[in-house]
Design a protein around this ligand. Sequence first.
Ligand code: PGA
Length: 246
Amino acid sequence: MVKPLLAGNWKMHGKANSATELVEQLAAHEDTFSGVDMIVFPPAVHLSAVVDALASSVIDVGGQNMSQHDDGALTGEISGAMLKDIGCDYVLVGHSERRTVFAESNNEIAEKFNTAQAQGLTPVLCVGESLQQRQQGQTVKVVTEQIAAVINQVGIENLCKGVIAYEPVWAIGTGEVATPEQAQSVHAEIRSQLGLQGADTRLLYGGSVNASNAAELFAQPDINGGLVGGASLKAQEFLNIAQLMA
Ligand code: PGA
């Protein structure tokens, strides 16, 4: 049995005070979701404060992005080693907003996955198709290519040590959640591509998850948890999701 994982992607939201208040509220109720692992992904400037606020909590912290390079003259970038150094254990790689708004390629994302593991972080690889790609019947092809780029770079065994989040782009921030059947079918496809080594790899679903739709999604056999955006910014809503998974 794979322990469920609930991850909150705060994106570019929140101030120093609201960031620490949010995690303090989550930590205060962590005994109510002891069957679930929880990670929060705050904006980079709030990471240290959030790590400090969670010093005696079981909730983990991760970065939303990192450079594929170890260090260097790269103004504005943050390395995996820097994330690790301040107390992060996870990092998102290849979120659809990085792929589309910042034009990150499959190869660049695969390099980030590789560097993250080399620097002691667990990467959460985000994959997913656009609405147009789904309508054209290309969902499996797109997701397979996104995953294959990482396998080429790090090998299947290392991929399986990470976390994979299937997030259909048309469901992110739109309120239009994938049906449990749609999500499960892509998750089953990903699971089969990972083979035996991926039996325990945590596969998350993301895209408009909230406390009303989470139970059905997380009841699917190949969905081991969620990557939640909007609903992770409200402590009570995020706690409700965690509690119904526990
Ligand atoms: P959402 O975002 O839950 O607001 O749709 C999910 C994500 O982008 O990870």
